[in-house]
Design a protein around this ligand. Structure first.
Ligand code: B1M
Length: 210
């Protein structure tokens, strides 16, 4: 098995320390940081995303794999930055105003980062104006909103309207998700993408940014 396959396999079973050691070893063998990311870490996380979508693994498994991914990418980040490699796209992520649930949102973040996207996580209880101002300041490609409460779903409509008012609606994709959200709601408020789970959100974001 190649060292890159070993990185992928160990990431999938959440062996963070081993992943870190293997990444260090691969760098020592002269493998380029971009290659370690593209052919070792990212494929490992993609497998995790697919298994999670098929309910073959659960939230804790994803979190453990994501920790291994983070340990590996920490070593690569400074090298990738200095070699001028850019993230595939930039996403402004948060749970909408009035909602403090963040477990699903954090999964979306992990999956998106696992697909090579840069995610600016605004946390929970994020106002529509903050989503839009940050998107403008950061020149982001996507605003991604999560909510778990039926009472705060309307905040997603406010985000779409705030993007229209700020004149950025045609330059940015708005993604929505969370347990009470549906495709039909997405169409009603004229958001761009509804996805049912974190892995599908990462797939859609990654496809949009290509
Ligand atoms: Co709350 N809560 N909660 N809660 N809570 C729910 C959501 C609820 C369904 C429980 C119930 O009554 N059966 C209910 C909502 C009812 C409704 O609106 N229809 C509810 C309520 C009412 C409340 C309070 C109002 C309770 C109270 O105080 N009276 C209060 C609200 C506080 C507030 O936000 N202002 C409250 C508080 C809390 C805790 C703080 C105790 C805690 C949150 C801790 C935290 O997040 N750090 C909590 C929890 C844990 C839950 C339940 C039990 C679990 C939610 C969860 O994390 N699920 C939940 C009941 C349940 O779901 N069984 C419940 C796991 C997580 C992985 O799933 O977030 O759905 P989820 O994410 C999924 C998908 O939805 C999707 O991807 C993930 C899977 O891959 N997804 C996206 C999520 N965001 C996405 C974005 C995307 C795409 C996909 O694109 C951008």
């Amino acid at each position: 098995m190649s060292i890159l396959d070993e990185i992928s396999q160990n990431l999938q079973i959440g062996k963070a320390k081993i992943v870190k050691e293997l990444v260090q070893k691969a760098l020592g063998e002269g493998i380029k940081p971009q290659e370690i990311l593209n052919n070792g870490l990212l494929p490992g996380m993609a497998v995790i995303g697919e298994k999670f979508k098929r309910d073959e693994i659960y939230v804790p498994d994803v979190m453990i794999a994501a920790r291994a991914m983070t340990m590996g990418t920490e070593l690569l980040k400074p090298l990738l930055a200095s070699s001028g490699v850019k993230a595939a796209g930039k996403v402004i992520l948060g749970t909408v105003a009035g909602d403090l649930h963040d477990i699903g949102k954090n999964l979306v973040k992990m999956m998106m980062e696992g697909r090579g996207l840069e995610v600016i996580d605004l946390g929970v209880d994020v106002s529509a104006s903050r989503f839009v101002e940050t998107a403008i300041n950061e020149n982001a490609h996507i605003i991604a909103c999560s909510t778990l409460l039926t009472t705060t779903m309307a905040e997603m409509d406010s985000v779409v309207k705030a993007a229209v008012s700020a004149g950025i609606r045609d330059k940015i994709a708005i993604m929505i998700g969370g347990a009470p959200v549906t495709q039909s709601f997405c169409e009603t408020i004229s958001a761009d993408y509804y996805t049912a789970d974190a892995a599908s959100a990462a797939d859609a974001a990654s496809e949009y940014c290509q």
